[in-house]
Design a protein around this ligand. Structure first.
Ligand SMILES: [Zn+2]
Ligand SMILES: [Zn+2]
Length: 181
């Protein structure tokens, strides 16, 4: 197989001694990331270098794009840039440990495996994107969220669901500030 880096499948026998540099832009659909909670809104740019030492392959670089995701408190859409750096080591599949525990430990070190002399860099890069998405994204660090009773976005305006006696302490501070004004 001739190297066809645009498919992100690399024939290791064709990696030159000085390494192989990849600078590519892929459409979000190429990675087939199907996550309900975010959308990739910009082409994904990949800059990386692949080097080979004996039968170990090293992949280093950055991948960057922009995603649209909902604030975890108020559900407004927000745009985030993601640009994780990665360092992945590929070992021949024959070296893959059978023991599950060993495998888990190795996961921490970003180790992947290859077979038939072909290194597939699609899956590790897809993981990098997914792992870089925050679990609880916030539109602003102090987003007030939605009223659990009426659903009013409390960043925009207060609602009248709370009587003064059972008011949330955070809201009562706001009320005091209003009185001072
Ligand atoms: Zn928010
Ligand atoms: Zn309310």
């Amino acid at each position: 197989m001739k190297n066809n880096p645009s498919n992100l499948l690399i024939d290791i026998s064709e990696i030159p001694e000085e390494g192989l540099k990849l600078d590519l832009i892929k459409s979000p659909s190429f990675f087939e990331i199907e996550e309900a909670n975010f959308k990739i809104t910009k082409p994904i740019s990949i800059h990386c270098n692949i080097t080979k030492v004996d039968d170990e392959i090293y992949l280093r670089g950055t991948i960057s794009s922009t995603i649209e995701i909902k604030c975890s408190r108020c559900l407004q859409s927000l745009t985030l840039s993601v640009d994780p750096k990665f360092e992945i080591t590929y070992l021949p599949l024959t070296l893959m440990p059978c023991d599950e525990e060993v495998e888990l430990e190795k996961d921490d070190m970003d180790i992947s495996y290859y077979s038939n002399n072909i290194v597939d860099i699609i899956f590790p890069l897809r993981d990098q994107i997914v792992l870089s998405i925050p679990i609880k994204p916030l539109c602003t660090p102090d987003c007030a969220g939605l009223c659990p009773v009426c659903g009013q976005n409390l960043n925009i305006k207060m609602c009248s669901c709370y009587k003064s006696e059972d008011i949330d302490p955070r809201l009562s501070i706001l009320k005091e500030l209003k009185f001072q004004e």
